[in-house]
Design a protein around this ligand. Sequence first.
Ligand SMILES: CC(C)(COP(=O)(O)OP(=O)(O)OC[C@H]1O[C@@H](n2cnc3c(N)ncnc32)[C@H](O)[C@@H]1OP(=O)(O)O)[C@@H](O)C(=O)NCCC(=O)NCCSC(=O)CC(=O)CCCCCCCCCCCCC(=O)O
Ligand SMILES: NC(=O)C1=CN([C@@H]2O[C@H](COP(=O)(O)OP(=O)(O)OC[C@H]3O[C@@H](n4cnc5c(N)ncnc54)[C@H](O)[C@@H]3O)[C@@H](O)[C@H]2O)C=CC1
Length: 543
Amino acid sequence: MMTIEIRTVGVLGAGQMGSGIAQVAATAGYTVKLADVDLERATKATSKIAAMLGKLVEKGKLTAEAAEATAKRLIPVAGIADFGDCDLVIEAATENVDLKLKLFAACDAAMKPDALLASNTSSISVTKLAAVTKRPGKVLGMHFMNPVPLMRLVEIVKAVQTEPETYTTIKEAAEKMGKTVVTSNDAPGFLVNRILIPMLCEAMFAVQEGVGTPEDIDTGAKLGLNPPMGPLELADLIGLDTVLAIANVLYTDIGDTKYRAPTLLKNLVRAGWVGKKGGRGFYVYDEKGQKVPEGFVGTITLNRPDKLNALNAELVGELHRVLAEIRRDKDLRALIVTGAGDKAFAAGADIAAMSTMTGPEAKAFGELGHAVGAQMETLAIPVIAAVNGFALGGGCEMALACDFIHASTKAKFGQPEVNLGVIPGFGGTNRLARRVGIGRARELCFTGDVIGAEEALRIGLVNGIHAPEELLGKVKEIAAKIATKGPLAVAQAKRVLLRGLDVPLPTANELEVQAFAALFGSEDQREGMAAFLGKRPANFVGR
Ligand SMILES: CC(C)(COP(=O)(O)OP(=O)(O)OC[C@H]1O[C@@H](n2cnc3c(N)ncnc32)[C@H](O)[C@@H]1OP(=O)(O)O)[C@@H](O)C(=O)NCCC(=O)NCCSC(=O)CC(=O)CCCCCCCCCCCCC(=O)O
Ligand SMILES: NC(=O)C1=CN([C@@H]2O[C@H](COP(=O)(O)OP(=O)(O)OC[C@H]3O[C@@H](n4cnc5c(N)ncnc54)[C@H](O)[C@@H]3O)[C@@H](O)[C@H]2O)C=CC1
């Protein structure tokens, strides 16, 4: 029997696996049509692949011409109806048997009769998938590993119906994509996942039973058994929803309770914590997919929303106490300050309380406010203000005492104290001048004008503005990013940047040299540089 020559490959499902498969197929010279639930997702994935190719060019691993030619071979399409001219379709949609049966029947109907149809399924019976098509002999499993561009293996799974020519053609195609092939008969989990999934689940049972922490389990596995990743890190990479789906297939199809999924895994998936692709699983990840140490970011919420979080003695006293506690906390690596409710960060010092104060009382309160500002400025960790509404008077001053400010698009800033016959008393005059320049600070303090977020961004009072519902998430991302850096280095940078403002430049430069030198010999300096040279993420400990 003649086999088809593969020129055009359809990839169905543009998630982490489908995108990787599309990339290696296009790199191998195939024209690739990439589809997902809609054209938008397919187009987004295609752009991401083009960006990946760009990175390979930057690293000198691909020429610019090759990257451009590869990107041109990648065509996002609206759906299965566009697979009519494909010689091979590789399905890489979500691991769900009913979905895959439906997609196989639809692909079969849309594809030309002699084209081949493969599934990247991790565990589902390929024989069952073949049986819903009119081309069962042309169906098999083509199980790529994650991440596809880096992993050398493709496990080819022969369905009961697979014709030898189909196997040979697919093997050649996989080899053309730079992969080594192993062959499995159709059995739950095939070869690789039959071994892998019980191991991942066993690690999860160990967490569930309190035998050890995820960190200790992963470190133990990595250092004791020598795989590149620990089992829980790997489960997060695969996707906990996918791991659960595979475990369920193993358990149901083999019928042995040793393959049952741990409750912990089920609960994480129920919570939507599906691993790296969702930002959280056994670990927490930032937007770049880098692991974020958990519990390293603290948040203080000014919580007096019925009075727009106006600063009275109780609130400021509490803030003073909490900041003193935070100073003693050796685990925290960044702190966020925000306001409760959706109207205000803080609308200033409590005017009702201040209205009856004598001069000496006002002095005492001003000094308390300044003490809080100094606490925030001199904490070793960065303090970020997430200004979610009014930041007026003492509220604006409190934000200014933070290292930097991000704000919601509806935030409003001002030093309106002149309207009350007083001046800023919580560092506003001088911190504002340092942040936005003396001229602008004078105008704001003399007029009492209130400015919006756009203007605050324009004059450099805030570093970024975000939709109100996104503000806290964005600020947490920034704080989480800082938490992955060397804590000693961040602390020294904060100290030198602050102290450098108040001394002549040569003295500021001396401060910098001293701080730079002081970091050498620290565990973090050695780890940071070793991690760079070892091409791995650094794991800083703050020593
Ligand atoms: C922000 C507004 C434009 C919003 O208007 P609107 O949407 O119409 O809401 P309102 O109805 O006005 O407000 C809702 C609710 O909140 C109350 N409220 C708002 N702001 C304050 C405030 N600053 N103090 C007290 N209460 C406030 C308001 O009265 C309403 O209450 P309700 O009537 O019971 O419902 C608008 O609200 C506005 O313009 N607010 C005032 C903004 C302002 O002028 N701010 C500057 C204040 S002066 C200042 O900040 C001086 C400083 O620079 C600080 C120096 C010292 C710092 C030291 C810290 C220690 C302070 C402790 C002093 C207290 C002592 C003690 O407790 O004994
Ligand atoms: N994640 C891993 O490490 C590995 C996964 N696999 C398998 O690859 C397949 C895909 O897994 P991932 O890429 O990790 O999942 P993923 O969740 O990253 O991507 C799945 C994609 O399928 C798309 N999809 C869902 N329904 C669809 C439909 N009706 N039509 C078109 N597209 C649809 C989703 O929108 C999503 O983009 C699964 O079968 C999985 O078992 C295989 C090897 C490794």
